[in-house]
Design a protein around this ligand. Structure first.
Ligand code: NDP
Length: 401
């Protein structure tokens, strides 16, 4: 069904939402919340990488004004699929940036990987409020992204469930009295496995997350605990918290998503079902709250919640991410690029699961030795380091095999 786009009403009650990465898992959650409250939300622009069929379908169903596909070879197909619909189309980086900078009340950044950096910056430079799922943009270019958001005077709204949890319990007025910010981790499918079993895990096993249904890259990152490392770096930028005040606790039930401990001993926790529509609904309604047909939890049915320390020996990716944050400069960006290469190689059957931390660590060391791990002063420098790290990782991948 095609719905027409009425635009923002005079009272400003209808929010215009753009979704970058609309065809993915977070994109699905965002479009579900939007579709269930047409009186509150209208779609402005949508983007995808190459999935033209799904992009065109949701653009028509939600009455988008603009749709863009990153893969330029899919431009013609998108144009044909939306011909006569009134939806304007674009392609390539310029198409993504056009979508990101169209005037909107909120731009949901749900592209996966470093590919989200430039569209995120384009949204901020256009003055749009960003709701960010794309943690890699903060890992790679956190200082620059946060500086742009600060200039704008609009907070980045976190979509990541842990960071959304912390956003809701973080008392900014008393930030000096915050002792610790804790991010929970489910522990992934290999939480109880031995190191040698983890190293030999197959893509099918690694994609079998116990609690969350997500895109393949973040699911593999959850299995290696790299995701938790990326999230600690993300929290460092979002909340301007030093590494010493950030901690990770394994909580297999994924009910508590984040905790903040204050100097008076109070520990505030955020609870909710493992349903990404909850943090998305929070972002879209912010600073208000709005009803959403999301999953609920019953404490009585849950019975008990358990917690354990993360094991940095069996899960070296978490150790590497914490070291990258400690070292700072360009190292988190280098680590992210190497991890993207490693995850793709693992999913393509070119490398074992155990090869992921090996490739990431060797790439970090090589880039450091080459003197290429300094802090970036611009997005261009971030992208240049990302590119050279990928080249190093691809070369090392041939040797690891
Ligand atoms: P998916 O793989 O499900 O979706 C990724 C989206 O990005 C798709 O729309 C895809 O388009 C698009 N995309 C992929 N590559 C590019 C590219 N090179 N240029 C432009 N667009 C691209 O990912 P998720 O939705 O799972 O994750 C998105 C982000 O949100 C990640 O950073 C992840 O870490 C984060 N996140 C995800 C959570 C989840 O529950 N899934 C939870 C918390 C955070 P196409 O469909 O055409 O390939």
């Amino acid at each position: 069904m095609q719905v027409s786009n009425p635009g923002t009403d005079a009272a400003g009650a209808v929010k215009r939402i753009s979704v970058l990465g609309a065809t993915g898992s977070v994109g699905d959650s965002a479009l579900d919340i939007i579709a269930s409250s047409p009186d509150r939300y209208q779609v402005e622009a949508l983007t995808a990488n190459a999935n033209v069929d799904k992009l065109a379908e949701i653009a028509l169903a939600r009455g988008a004004r603009f749709a863009a596909v990153a893969d330029e070879s899919r431009y013609q197909a998108l144009k044909e699929a939306l011909s006569g619909s009134g939806v304007t189309v674009g392609a390539g980086l310029s198409g993504l940036e056009e979508a990101a900078s169209m005037k909107a009340d909120i731009v949901v950044g749900a592209i996966v990987g470093a590919a989200g950096i430039q569209p995120t910056m384009a949204s901020l430079l256009a003055g749009n409020q960003v709701a960010l799922a794309n943690k890699e943009a903060l890992v790679c270019a956190g200082d620059l992204v946060m500086a742009e958001a600060a200039k704008l005077g609009k907070p980045i709204l976190p979509v990541d469930s842990e960071h959304s949890a912390i956003f809701q319990i973080f008392d900014e007025a008393n930030r000096g009295e915050i002792e610790e910010v804790t991010i929970t981790a489910s522990g992934g499918p290999f939480r109880t496995w031995q190191a040698d079993e983890i190293a030999a895990a197959t893509p099918e096993q690694a994609l079998n997350h116990p609690n969350w249904s997500m895109g393949s890259k973040v699911t593999i990152d959850s299995a290696s605990l790299m995701n938790k490392g990326l999230e600690v770096i993300e929290a460092h930028h979002l909340y301007r918290m030093p590494r010493a005040k950030l901690s990770v606790v394994v909580h297999p039930q994924s009910i508590i998503h984040g905790l903040v401990t204050y100097t008076d001993g109070s520990m505030l926790a955020h609870l909710g079902a493992a349903d990404m529509r909850i943090p998305v609904a929070h972002c879209l309604a912010w600073p208000e709250r709005a009803p959403a047909n999301t999953r609920r939890i019953s404490l009585i049915e849950l019975g008990r919640l358990t917690f354990e320390a993360p094991d940095l020996t069996r899960f070296p990716c978490l150790r590497l991410a914490l070291e990258a944050l400690d070292e700072g400069g360009g190292l988190p960006n280098i680590m992210n690029a190497a991890n993207e290469i490693a995850v793709a190689a693992f999913l393509a059957g070119q490398m074992t699961f155990g090869g992921i931390p090996t490739l990431v660590e060797r790439t970090m060391l090589e880039m450091q030795k080459a003197g290429e791990s300094g802090a970036a002063g611009s997005i261009e420098e971030v992208l240049a380091t990302d590119k050279s790290s990928r080249l190093v990782a691809e070369r090392l991948l041939e040797r690891i095999n």
